[in-house]
Design a binder for this molecule. Structure first.
Ligand SMILES: Nc1ncnc2c1ncn2[C@@H]1O[C@H](COP(=O)(O)OP(=O)(O)OP(=O)(O)O)[C@@H](O)[C@H]1O
Ligand SMILES: [Mg+2]
Length: 269
């Protein structure tokens, strides 16, 4: 029988606020299988980000278990859990969490350096990633000097640098226009479809749910429905290939190409 890559079993989470305890996640269970593209949606404040953080090892549940690749995530030592976060699961956060004093390329390098790798190798990998999305010219900008869409693409690249098996993303298309959203979605779909990487994404954009293998609706801390998409083509085989080996260039145009076209159009006009 197929084994889930992530299994959430009867998880609840309480936070202490003053002298009260507030239950934010309530008896939630979910199976995520290798190669799935899961989307989580629900109203603001319903617990989506908290749930994602519980699944990726940042917030321990008050009760219940999270099993990743057959191992209880919160029974691991702190060190082993950190190693898993560095090597197997990556997270693209809801708000941009840049080290503001560092350049774009060094921000992308961070997870790789934290995993104990050398700076020269990190820089090389980060530059290859930037080239994949035609963003190399921004390597030495500060992330905050880029547009929202560019920052999301950089954040996407940073989440790939350690070649993770599971990629989690919290509203990666929040605040983006339709065309930037389409680009980000294509990038995730390609990683999912071509390399069999498992993706779990939080979104408030209902139009995106058709890209998912499974849509999970959370309301007030509970999963109220899970819809399987029968048309979804699942790649269950995790390809050993490095994410750096796949091509994105047909998805994202070189900005200079766009500028060229814009100039041509204005000439015609
Ligand atoms: N550390 C904490 N201590 C106390 N309350 C918290 C903590 N973290 C989250 N909460 C509360 O849990 C609830 C759910 O927060 P969460 O960020 O998970 O919601 P969300 O569904 O991601 O919302 P949004 O769509 O706005 O991002 C909120 O009411 C929030 O205030
Ligand atoms: Mg959130």
């Amino acid at each position: 029988m197929k084994q889930p890559i992530i299994k959430v079993d009867n998880v609840s989470k309480e936070f202490a606020v003053g002298d009260k305890k507030i239950r934010i996640i309530k008896e939630v269970s979910l199976d995520v299988f290798p190669g799935e593209f899961v989307m989580i949606y629900g109203p603001s404040g319903c617990g989506k980000s908290t749930f994602l953080s519980i699944m990726n090892g940042w917030i321990a549940p008050t009760i219940g278990t999270v099993t990743v690749k057959g191992e209880d995530l919160y029974k691991k030592t702190e060190d082993d859990r950190s190693r898993m976060k560095q090597h197997e699961i990556s997270l693209m956060n809801q708000s941009s969490d840049w080290v503001k004093s560092l350049s774009v390329i060094d921000n992308i390098c961070m997870p790789y350096l934290l995993a104990g790798k050398f700076k020269s190798a990190a820089r090389k990998r980060a530059m290859t990633l930037l080239q994949m999305l035609h963003l190399e010219r921004y390597a030495f900008y500060r992330p905050m000097d880029l547009s929202g869409g560019q920052q999301q693409r950089i954040s996407f690249l940073r989440s790939l640098i350690n070649n993770p098996e599971i990629i989690m993303a919290d509203e990666p298309t929040g605040n983006l226009d339709t065309s930037s959203t389409a680009v980000i979605m294509e990038l995730f779909s390609k990683i999912n479809h071509d390399l069999g990487r498992t993706i779990i994404m939080v979104t408030h954009n209902m139009d995106l749910l058709r890209n998912a293998s499974k849509s999970v609706n959370i309301i007030d801390g509970r999963i109220v429905s899970v819809n399987e998409n029968k048309d979804f083509e699942m790649n269950e085989k995790i390809e050993a290939k490095d994410v750096l080996e796949i091509g994105f260039k047909n998805i994202v145009k070189d900005t200079s190409e766009e500028e060229e076209e814009e100039r041509e159009r204005s000439k015609v006009g």
